[in-house]
Design a protein around this ligand. Sequence first.
Ligand code: IPM
Ligand code: MG
Length: 347
Amino acid sequence: MKKIALIPGDGIGPEIIEAAVRVLDAVGRFEYVTCYAGGSAIDRFDDPLPETELEKMKACDAVLMGALGGPKWDNLPGGKRPEAGLLRLRKGLNVFANLRPVKIYPALKEASPLKNSVIGDGIDIMIVRELIGGIYFGRRQEGDEVAYDTLEYSADEVRRINEVACRLAGMRRGVVTSVDKANVLASSRLWRKATVAFYENHPEITLNHLYVDNAAMQLVVNPRQFDVIVTGNMFGDILSDEASVITGSIGMLPSASVGYPGEIALYEPIHGSAPDIAGKGIANPIATILSAALMLRFSFDMNDEADRIEAAVEAVLNKGLRTADLGGGEASLKTAEMTEAILSELK
Ligand code: IPM
Ligand code: MG
């Protein structure tokens, strides 16, 4: 039986993880191991990611996480914050590629801030963000008057992230847009050179390059040009937030952080821990449920089950069922009700 490490985490995390587990149990049999990271780990162990928790996760087949962080831990020093635990978690699991699918559901088109003419017949982008290198992990120094962070990439790091992007593009429309700042940064010039060299062996893929400032603009003026976007850690962080809002519903977007094929991967919703609504039972569980579907597809090769979950979510949306964040208003479903609705579609 596949063993799933669950990190309920902070804020709404435990509520949405509970919802995802109910959906997983409806399509298969899994063993769960509860693990701690982020604020809940700070409270328990005074450490946002104790080594013992990381080892527990590594002994599982995949990790499903709710959300980490909250105001309670915001004033802690850098290395003790929940975010530090998240970065160590990514590094510790060696999940170097963060996949963020950005898709507009036809039923939610009106929620997008983009004009209908820009959305056209739909937007379907896969952002592939390098996750354990670049400026997030470079040498840094923090003083009171001067501080710096360094952005370093090796050709090997660029190649391995492109292997992931290329594989995904091959299953999609075959277009990869590499985003960099090669007009200014040395690390970006290396990025571009290594990327060009990589695709010389993949003539089936169309490779484009954009500078990051232009990419930010293109995402809102002509998002349909994008199939797969591949980029470094910080550019990917920024562009994926931008891309997520054009769907009109950050509460819908799942993500997968993966390493080499066959190795452990980490699945989580894109949204945060939403401390303002934690404990109220009103959070939208869909992003976490879709993250669980990605886990079935990428880690367990359970494509049929993943398809069924995704179809159930779409069916519920097509029926007009909405949680509060999706503009459900008076008729908004609570977390458990939305989960029930998805479960009944699965039957
Ligand atoms: C994300 C988040 C994290 C990041 C933060 C919380 C450290 O913004 O997953 O995109 O910057 O990677
Ligand atoms: Mg981010």
